[in-house]
Ligand binder design. Structure first.
Ligand SMILES: *Cc1c(COP(=O)(O)O)cnc(C)c1O
Length: 462
């Protein structure tokens, strides 16, 4: 399996190189040259298999010869061993025909664990084989950073340094980043905003001397390996509900379009998904793009579902690449227009996208009202991101096709919003109930690139 850039001007890479590289040198995102197909028989057999078995079948064609089959099975088993539910991604019935796929049983209580835990294992394996080490630096508004620290802590070949905006992440998110005791993971609290953190990260990658000196690497949401790992739960959910004989719809709370793009890959692999519905909060660029063809960047407005407070939705580029018949030059041109504020999606492309995708956006009041109603009707406590998803799912036309909403985080990760809606403060799962008692380790740093670079040089192991 080989990978090409969405902007058409980067070398074609293997899976291993794609995973280690992240962003393509031409600024594009790597996608597989061709999406592998699974037969209806192979898909039908999944209903009786464990999550790990399905994961192996779904991901094996993407990784090429990077791992032997036995190695890859071992990495998958280790990645999901720490999850707090035997099914890994259990389904729960909310109402007739309405299902919730719970993706929050991983170690940091959000769906990002599914990809990050596997990436941790795959990085360690590949780097050990190559005799190399890297320094992973990430910028986070909360969930990605905690998932990365949890996934890479204690690994030999990798140091992880996460920048987060001081005072602007939830207490649970902060503690998940600051309480691990392993000496290869570090949280830096930057006196600035999330956008400042992201800008510093970009500048560090552009500083070639620094990049080579610390062997900088990234595992942000554009890394193909993250999308790949997220394809799996679409298969486990759909086959539990009768696929491939029966068709299934999904609604996905969306920010960077990574999670829902994994659903699009599942569909192209042969999973019978009718509709993939994008659910956004008040930061609705994706809803506007899909419903009106207008991809135009606005101001980010902070919301009660902060992990979706995004204006530029990086993985959308992957969908556009296919919608524009894999024309890298056309995508490069659109992305240039985006730098100047935005672009319009052509009528033909919009109509094609409308066949497979729906979308809607949810206000703050509607999000909280859905949390309240779900608790009242079914004793199900939703996190605000999942509530955005359920609200949009319930607005879709009723059909006989089951609808699965992805529940992206545990309510205890966002207790303030949940308490505001219900008066209840959701407790942490037992296995991490001592999170509030563990001691924290964090370095505060000025909102200054040179100061941050100094700290990274100092903290990474030689
Ligand atoms: C990251 C995140 C999202 C958005 O996922 P994308 O892949 O960026 O669309 C939604 N909910 C939660 C809880 C998240 O952490």
């Amino acid at each position: 399996m080989r990978y090409v850039s969405t902007r058409g001007k980067s070398p074609v890479l293997s899976f291993e190189e794609t995973m280690l590289t992240g962003l393509a040198p031409d600024g594009g995102l790597y996608v597989p040259e061709a999406v592998p197909q699974l037969s209806q028989e192979v898909i039908a057999a999944m209903a009786a298999q464990s999550y790990e078995e399905v994961a192996f079948t779904v991901m094996r064609p993407f990784v090429g010869d990077t791992f032997t089959d036995d190695e890859f099975r071992g990495l998958i088993d280790r990645a999901y061993a720490g999850f707090g539910h035997a099914a890994r991604a259990p389904l729960k019935e909310l109402d007739r025909g309405q299902w919730l796929c719970e993706l929050f049983h991983g170690p940091t209580l959000a769906f990002k664990d599914f990809a990050m835990q596997l990436i941790g294992q795959m990085f360690e394996h590949v780097l050990t084989k190559r005799g190399e080490r890297v320094t992973i630096v990430g910028a986070t508004s909360g969930d990605t950073g905690s998932a990365a620290i949890e996934a890479f802590k204690g690994l030999e070949s990798v140091d992880v340094i996460i920048l987060y905006p001081h005072g602007r992440v939830s207490e649970v998110q902060r503690r998940q980043m600051t309480t691990p005791v392993e000496s290869n993971v570090h949280a830096l609290a930057v006196h600035g905003t999330f956008d400042d953190c992201q800008r510093h990260l970009k500048d560090m990658f552009a500083d070639h001397a620094f990049r080579d000196n610390v062997r900088l690497a990234a595992v942000n949401s554009i890394n193909w390996a993250r999308v790949m790992a997220q394809v799996v739960y679409y298969f486990t959910a759909a086959t539990s509900l009768g696929a491939p004989e029966r068709r299934v719809n999904f609604t996905v709370p969306t920010g960077n379009f990574g999670d829902i793009y994994a659903g699009e890959i599942a569909r192209r692999m042969g999973l019978p998904i009718d509709r993939l519905v994008v659910a956004t909060n008040q930061n609705d660029i994706l809803h506007r793009a899909l419903s009106e063809g207008d991809y135009r960047v606005g101001e980010v407005i902070p919301s009660v579902s902060p992990s979706m407070d995004i204006q530029v939705s990086s993985n959308f580029e992957r969908l556009l690449f296919d919608a524009y018949d894999r024309d890298g030059a056309a995508i490069a041109q659109l992305m240039d227009e985006l730098k100047a504020g935005g672009f319009s999606i052509s009528q033909g492309v919009r109509e094609r996208l409308a066949e497979g995708f729906g979308s809607d956006s949810v206000s703050e009041d509607e999000t909280l009202a859905r949390i309240t109603a779900c608790l009242r009707d079914g004793a199900e406590l939703l996190c605000p991101h999942s509530a955005v998803g359920v609200e949009v799912a319930l607005r879709q036309p009723r059909t006989t096709t089951p609808m699965v909403t992805l529940a992206t985080a545990h309510p205890a990760k966002f207790p303030d919003a949940v308490e505001q809606a219900t008066g209840l403060r959701p407790p942490l799962p037992k296995r991490m109930a001592d999170l509030y008692d563990r001691s924290e380790r964090v370095t505060e740093v000025a909102n200054d690139l040179a100061a941050i670079q100094d700290l990274i040089r100092e903290k990474r192991r030689a």
